[in-house]
Design a protein around this ligand. Structure first.
Ligand code: OFO
Length: 170
């Protein structure tokens, strides 16, 4: 039986994962509008990934016979200055989600809820992977001299993100 605080926090996390899917879909569409098919594919691949995170949490709640209460998802931001800002916002978002997951793990441990703590190990590893992924993109931007505008660097950035979307389909 999950403690009420944990039920509430897990429900919030379910909404947070669905919210991430909306944010990434809007980022994908922003890229599509600019003809950046590779960058769009990268963000699109994250949409299904976030939905699978949501479903993983929903399934856990069902296994624990806990009540799932879906909440409203705010409209995602639709406008960005350039692709660098999109990447930075996505990276900051993953850092925030990582903190949410760590906070959940701390609550589970404080409650001696080892089952939830065990379930959250998957998310802890997943967030470590997500942070590594986005940190790699930020490094690529710095090393390539990409300044967010068009030209060869934009073409290369688009190709780089297309490659990541192909290798990061999980
Ligand atoms: Fe669910 O990992 Fe991103 O937000």
């Amino acid at each position: 039986m999950l403690k009420p605080e944990l039920v509430e926090k897990l429900n919030e996390q379910i909404t947070s994962e669905a919210n991430a899917a909306q944010i990434y879909l809007q980022m994908c569409l922003w890229c599509e509008d600019l003809g950046l098919a590779g960058a769009a594919a990268f963000f699109r691949s994250h949409v299904s990934e976030e939905m699978s995170h949501r479903d993983r949490l929903v399934d856990y709640m069902i296994e624990c016979d806990a009540k799932v209460a879906l909440e409203a998802i705010p409209a995602p931001r639709a406008d960005y200055k350039d692709l660098i800002e999109v990447i930075n916002v996505a990276y900051a978002h993953e850092q925030m989600v990582t903190k949410q997951i760590h906070d959940l793990a701390r609550i589970a441990l404080d409650d001696d809820d080892f089952s939830t703590f065990n379930m959250l190990q998957w998310f802890i590893a997943e967030q470590r992977e997500e942070l590594m992924l986005f940190r790699g993109i930020v490094d690529y931007i710095r090393l390539s001299g990409f300044d967010g505008t068009g030209g060869d660097e934009m073409v290369n950035m688009n190709k780089y993100l297309a490659g990541l979307s192909a290798s990061h389909a999980s």
